[in-house]
Design a protein around this ligand. Structure first.
Ligand code: FES
Length: 103
């Protein structure tokens, strides 16, 4: 498994999301409920960055049409999106959030 540094823990306060320029679509890195998640930063319904949406529990909501994506599975919990977004494993090391871009 290979880990890539995505950002600092301090860059992502609890309850927020940030965009990181990694992977084919960029990453939406989320800190919520005490954990870090990373998904492709591109709504599966249209070309909209999920990192600009609202974090709620273990979901992030697309601001354009309101589909929420489960950060653990990448699956939308409601329409209009029907396809999942890619989920990447995360871990922390020291002050950093790391992602596994192969996951
Ligand atoms: S663009 Fe995200 S739900 Fe439509």
């Amino acid at each position: 498994m290979s880990w890539t540094r995505a950002c600092k823990i301090a860059d992502v306060p609890e309850g927020t999301a940030v965009r990181v320029e990694l992977g084919p679509d960029g990453l939406c890195v989320v800190h919520t409920e005490g954990a870090f998640y990373a998904v492709a930063d591109n709504c599966s319904h249209a070309d909209v960055p999920l990192s600009e949406g609202e974090v709620e529990g273990t979901t992030v909501e697309c601001w354009l049409h309101g589909s929420q994506f489960d950060l653990r599975t990448g699956k939308p919990t409601g329409l209009p999106a029907t396809e999942p977004v890619t989920v990447y494993e995360t871990t922390t090391e020291g002050e950093d959030v790391l992602v596994n871009l192969e996951s």
